[in-house]
Design a protein around this ligand. Structure first.
Ligand code: ARG
Length: 298
């Protein structure tokens, strides 16, 4: 599991202060005054607005707020899609017992249900070095009764996720570009999709964005996902008043910095893989299917 959120939330600042000091030294001045304390530059989500949103919790931590370390989305009553990097640490894949799923609340302080995971499936070609195929599926020990999010299909990809489409990212991730300020309530931010060409521009990621990744954000920065939002959904309108899952929060340089768009797993390219995993029978299947063929220590 990606270092426990507990650690992240407790250890506020020595590190952040050092990083900030280094950052300001390099830039020769204080960080830009994009003082958007609000995910970055977003706003609070209304209860029930994103019913498929779940939080990944460190099962060893009882306090929900401190246990949260990643996001995820319910794509079936008993399946959550998240980022592989949320359940892989070096060569080790989280055991189902190490992760709990918080369902049915926008608040990490109250409400919702903590559900056990009984199977962790990481994409067999997840590459922690390049962040390619950053996708994993978690099966819940029992189905939950909340609305699920449809996955964008390859057939609808061009129509529903073209550059310029206004997508929405949600999560309980860091809201501060300078330090750490993790919210209790779920936040949302609207971000335009950008082409991989723009995202690979010289001042952007210069080639690090691979075809099965999707970028969203503003050249000017100011709005973005951030640490703790990983694994959570980036949704686009389905053209019929609803949303479909287009991306999974994966990586970015800093948060909300100019030209450093957020990079998401391009879910439509994994629709077939998802269907295949979800079609496996519940009984008689192994507890863990782990094929981190490329997993190497960072
Ligand atoms: N990797 C981060 C996490 O584990 C999410 C990064 C998203 N960063 C960004 N600038 N959009 O939570």
């Amino acid at each position: 599991m990606q270092r426990s959120a507990a650690t992240r939330r407790w250890r506020r600042s020595a590190m952040a202060a050092m990083v900030f000091a280094a950052f300001t030294t390099v830039l020769g001045g204080p960080a830009r005054a994009v003082d958007a304390p609000l995910i970055i530059g977003g706003e609070k989500a209304a209860p029930g607005e994103f019913p498929w949103q779940v939080a990944l919790l460190d099962a060893t931590v009882s306090n929900t707020y401190r246990a949260q370390y990643c996001g995820g989305a319910l794509i079936a009553p008993d399946w959550v899609v998240t980022a592989a990097h949320c359940v892989v640490d070096g060569r080790t894949i989280s055991a189902p017992g190490e992760v709990d799923i918080l369902v049915g609340t926008t608040s990490l302080a109250s409400g919702g249900t903590r559900v056990d995971v009984d199977r962790v499936v990481v994409h067999g070609r997840y590459n922690p070095r390049t962040d390619e195929n950053d996708i994993a599926l978690l099966r819940l020990s029992e189905p939950v009764g909340v609305a699920t999010l449809p996955v964008l299909t390859r057939a609808d990809e061009a129509r529903l996720s073209a550059a310029g489409t206004l997508a929405t990212a949600t999560g309980w991730g860091n809201t501060s570009i300078r330090g750490e300020d993790f919210p209790v309530d779920l936040r949302k931010v609207r971000l335009p999709l950008v082409t991989n060409r723009v995202c690979n521009g010289p001042r952007a990621y210069a080639g690090a964005v691979r075809p099965k990744m999707l970028c969203a954000g503003f050249a000017a920065g100011g709005k973005d996902t951030c640490q703790g939002d990983s694994g959570g959904p980036l949704v686009v309108p389905d053209g019929d008043g609803g949303f479909v899952l287009a991306g999974i929060t994966s990586w970015g340089a800093a948060c909300a910095a100019p030209n450093k768009y957020g990079v998401y797993t391009r879910v439509a390219r994994f629709a077939t893989w998802i269907d295949k995993v979800l079609a496996t029978p519940r009984r008689g299947s192994p507890t863990r299917v782990s094929t981190a063929a490329h997993a190497t220590a960072p």
